[in-house]
Design a protein around this ligand. Structure first.
Ligand code: HEM
Length: 393
């Protein structure tokens, strides 16, 4: 990042220096015809000069080009370097010592002007900025607020989801230590990514006016680095979570019925389900598998970690938009997941200790409970003995 900023600043300084040098040139000096170095590719008019310093008149695009570039503008309006910027935004390629493999577009100070259907004539960078600020930020923010409001409303009307029966004191192993480690590594990395990502996206509108630029600058700097470090932890733990939980998230016979009845959420009893119910399976396939992998893939593109890709601006802009949309969707899905984990009495205990009471298993995952009771599924899977026993159940 710093490297790119430095490169961009140097290029900008170089361009300003070029204008300055050009403006200081004797006004009467005729514009030298463009000399093309032997072996250099022929430049198409006004667009692909081999060097930004080699600015030549281009009557095809602007009849005043020659007048403006030969120092007349500098005499009439000192300091006005509009002609140079017109060329820069026209796609003129400048000189840079950065290797082409690492910075394929470093010679182009800004993206050329383009016209998108239904939009005004603008640079691609400005179009991306408008998509970010006029679409992703307001609609993404609205979606987050709507889901937060819906969760608050749900909590107000339904409240905690308590056990109906008395706990038996007999425990069943719901998650092995390996499953819990994978889950919590992923959940912690996700929380760091979600908080830092939200501050990067919305902070300038919400926190900056309150905190001021110095404090917000430091906060954004710290969180941006935290985001970069949590990303790979999330990627690796996500793959482990997918492999660990995929088997019990495979579609089963009663899933459609569960979904159609909303899990029985508004009735006295939950609809019967296996180890994971259809709601959890939707979160697994939609949130963990599809969105998780899209978020990780687009994040790796933005970190320039995908070999063989050309990291030009448009690739980064597309990766950013895919990353933002999939992230917001993933965050709202996991807001629901985290909420249910907290309000369902005994669920969090299962993910913290690995064990749930038999009553919990019967009320929330009756088919899984029955499978254990019938011996079709082992009641205990981890190498450590169950609490309160010395041998495996
Ligand atoms: C940060 C806060 C989180 C909390 C408090 C939380 C809580 C829980 C709880 C209590 C369970 C057990 C549910 C049950 O016994 O049926 C669970 C299961 C699970 N969680 Fe989380 N979780 C969090 C974040 C995440 C994240 C970020 C992911 C993945 C991206 C995730 C993926 C899973 C999976 C795959 C399961 C197994 C159930 C299923 O396959 O749907 N969790 N979580």
């Amino acid at each position: 990042m710093l490297r790119h900023l430095t490169a961009a600043s140097l290029l900008a300084l170089g361009l300003c220096g070029a204008t300055w040098a050009q403006d200081k040139a004797p006004a009467a000096a005729p514009q030298a015809p463009a000399a093309t170095a032997p072996g250099a590719p022929a430049a198409s008019p006004g667009i692909q000069s081999a060097n930004i310093f080699d600015i030549r008149p281009d009557a095809s695009t602007d009849p005043n080009y020659a007048k403006q570039n030969n120092g007349e503008r500098a005499r009439v309006q000192p300091g006005n370097n509009a002609p140079m910027w017109r060329q820069v935004s026209g796609g003129v390629t400048g000189f840079t010592s950065l290797p082409k493999s690492q910075a394929p577009e470093a010679g182009n100070l800004i993206q050329p002007f383009v016209q998108y259907p239904g939009s005004s004539y603008t640079t691609a960078g400005e179009a991306w900025r408008q998509v970010r600020n006029n679409w992703l930020i307001p609609y993404g923010g609205a979606l987050l607020l709507i889901v937060l409001g819906a969760i608050a409303l749900f909590y107000w009307r339904v409240g905690m989801i308590k056990l109906h029966g008395q706990p038996t004191g007999r425990k069943l192993e719901r998650f092995t230590p390996f499953e819990r480690s994978a889950h919590w590594a992923n959940a912690i990395a996700f929380s760091i990514l979600a908080i830092s990502g939200l501050v990067m996206a919305f902070g300038q509108f919400i926190l900056l006016p309150v905190m001021g630029s110095t404090l917000f600058g430091w906060l954004a700097y710290v969180l941006k680095n935290a985001h970069n470090f949590a990303g790979p932890v999330f990627a690796v733990s996500l793959l482990i979570v997918i492999i660990t939980f995929i088997r019990d998230n495979m579609p089963a016979k009663g899933d459609l019925n569960w979904l159609l009845k909303g899990g029985g959420m508004f009735s006295e009893h939950e609809v019967k389900s296996g180890r994971f119910n259809a709601g959890e399976k939707v979160v697994f396939w939609g949130g963990v598998f599809v969105l998780g992998l899209v978020v990780v893939a687009s994040g790796l593109v933005m970190d320039k970690l995908v070999p063989g890709l050309v990291y030009d601006r448009s690739t980064m802009q597309i990766a950013h938009m895919v990353h933002s949309v999939s992230n917001i969707l993933m965050i709202v899905m996991f807001m629901g997941h985290i909420y249910l984990g907290y309000v369902t009495e005994g669920a969090l205990e299962g993910m913290k200790t690995g064990y749930v009471d038999e009553t919990w298993a019967r009320e929330h995952h009756e088919l899984w409970h029955d499978d254990i009771k019938a011996g079709r599924v082992p009641a205990h899977r981890s190498p450590q003995p169950a609490p309160g026993t010395t041998a495996h159940a």
